[in-house]
Write a protein that binds this ligand. Structure first.
Ligand code: NOJ
Length: 532
């Protein structure tokens, strides 16, 4: 079977506000991304996913779209976009855009029309409901960003539903006209040559047709988001969502080798249903397991095995360590362990997604209260849920503002940018950046790692070990010490004999291993086995 570009490639997520500013307004833009394409090529990246770049009032930093087929002037023009796409393709890379079909901005002309009167033809494009007799919202559904999911519209005397901000009204996907309009949006970008979409909150797209109350979450704890007080069983992951995803997929299949990733936070047994029967839905439902699984070797090993075991036949795996909604991996597991995490991400079976900055070990940046911009942080200030810390400007160099911008960046940089940046790490063969590059190069050159098989080998309270192999090709043993203490690895499960080809501690590279492997705390190695 031929391996497709999204199976053999490595995805790199760019948060465009924070990647590279080219016009000195403190906000990253498309021309800035163009300037950095050679860096990405050098790193070995071949798929770029860019978070939303469309016109938007920016209530949720671009995830509130007011025009699906335009470019926000902050980011540039449609000419800039065309140039970006052309430059990406010229380098043999692919471009994946963010598609946000669940909701629009409240400033989108569709919603402006919809809220203008109860009999407007677009009224039914959104989710409007009468109040209960006592004036309260139609049901108990909550907004992910805090408070009720229902907003009262004084003028027309009804509530509308918003799973996120009130500035992000949910579209009514039961309306065929909405479906058609969004498929047309996809067509617009596909005709331009865009290679695929990352579909925002895919599992939210359609709601219970009876609008039943969500049940309480028995596991709710005070520190959690208020949204977690209820289990969203009626407001998300409805059976009908699969018909919509199928329609999107059918459209993609009219084109040559286009791809769709679904953003879906669900337990794995539910997540895998988004591949669809006979894999006719999302090419890759994002696998967020590594974001929430406790960082312990045996637990991670069990999670990997569970995922591998539940994947449908022909369902292609994928792995994620971070994104613009999550704390950075380096802050979660520590700088040393983040090197092990990178080795895990880039040696597991399936397409890896790297979040911009993770390749230099960027940390979450503490943002003072009076500088918080993320609505999730602002709406629930006592819960430490702001996503700003993981969205700070890329640390490129020791130039002012880390080489990100010639003026004050929209969000502050990490204080240590002068000594933690791409330029310095490029000069340092021991850096996180070089580790990423070596891992990427090895993965891209070795079929066993790129698309070979996966077999668990061993796990205990410290070590996670697995094998990657391809028929008639090389075989690799990956041994990761997920603890901070040294370990002595020996097992009867596999014959240990080979040479270390990449190590988190580069001094180990080229070393022969026989029978056992000794690792320091926070170390990992890839061993090319002496046998197939
Ligand atoms: C998921 C996106 O990743 C997040 O950033 C956004 O706030 C919500 N969807 C709403 O669009």
């Amino acid at each position: 079977m031929k391996n497709l570009w999204w199976q053999t490639g490595i995805i790199y997520q760019i948060y465009p506000r924070s990647y590279q500013d080219s016009n000195g307004d403190g906000i990253g833009d498309l021309q800035g991304i163009i300037q950095r394409l050679d860096y990405l090529k050098w790193l070995g990246i071949n798929i770029i996913w860019i978070s939303p770049i469309y016109p938007s009032p920016m209530a949720d930093f671009g995830y509130d779209i007011s025009d699906y087929t335009g470019i926000h002037p902050l980011f540039g023009t449609m000419e800039d976009f065309d140039k970006l796409l052309q430059q990406i393709h010229q380098r043999g890379m692919k471009l994946v855009l963010d598609l946000v079909p669940n909701h629009t901005s409240d400033q989108h002309p569709w919603f402006i029309e919809s809220r203008s009167s109860k009999d407007n033809p677009k009224r039914d494009w959104y989710i409007w409901k009468d109040a209960k007799p006592d004036g309260s919202p139609p049901n108990n559904w909550l907004s992910v960003f805090g408070g009720s999911g229902w907003e009262w519209d004084e003028k027309t005397g009804q509530y509308y539903y918003h799973g996120f901000l009130k500035e992000q009204p949910d579209l009514n996907w039961r309306n065929p006209k909405v479906q058609q309009a969004m498929l047309d949006v996809m067509r617009f970008w596909l005709d331009k040559g865009v290679d695929g979409f990352r579909v925002d909150v895919m599992w939210h797209m359609i709601k219970d047709d009876q609008f039943r109350d969500n049940p309480p979450n028995p596991d709710y704890q005070q520190h959690m988001s208020t949204y977690d007080q209820l289990l969203p069983v009626y407001s998300t992951d409805q059976p009908e969502v699969h018909d919509i995803v199928k329609k999107m997929r059918r459209l993609l299949d009219e084109y040559n080798e286009r791809m769709m990733i679904g953003e879906i936070y669900l337990p794995i047994h539910k997540l895998v249903t988004y591949y669809g029967i006979e894999t006719k839905e999302a090419h890759m439902p994002f696998n967020f397991m590594l974001l929430s699984t406790p960082w312990q070797a045996a637990t991670i090993a069990a999670a990997v095995d569970e995922y591998e075991g539940l994947l449908p036949k022909d369902g292609w795996p994928n792995w994620v360590l971070g994104n613009h909604d999550q704390p950075r991996i380096t802050s979660r597991v520590g700088i040393q362990q983040a090197r092990v995490a990178a080795m895990l991400l880039l040696t597991l079976r399936g397409t890896p997604t790297i979040y911009y900055g993770d390749e230099i070990g960027a940390l979450d940046v503490p943002i003072p209260f009076d500088e918080v911009q993320d609505p999730q942080g602002l709406n629930m200030p006592d819960k430490n849920l702001s996503r700003d810390p993981a969205r700070t400007p890329m640390q490129w160099s020791g130039e002012p503002n880390g080489g990100f911008s010639t003026s004050k960046p929209w969000l502050r940089l990490h204080r240590a940018w002068e000594r933690q940046n791409v330029t310095l790490q490029k000069e340092d063969p021991y850096s996180m950046l070089h580790l990423h590059r070596r891992l990427i190069q090895l993965r891209q050159k070795e079929p066993a790692l790129m698309h070979g098989n996966y077999a668990p080998v061993f796990s205990d309270h410290q070590v996670l070990a697995f094998r990657r192999y391809a028929e008639g090709d090389k075989s690799f043993l990956i041994v990761l010490n997920l603890s901070h203490r040294p370990c002595y690895f020996k097992t009867d499960n596999i014959k240990i004999s080979g040479t270390i080809v990449v190590a988190t501690l580069p001094e180990l590279e080229g070393t022969a291993v026989e029978d056992s492997i000794n690792l320091g705390g926070d170390e990992g190695v890839i061993v090319e086995l002496a046998y197939k």
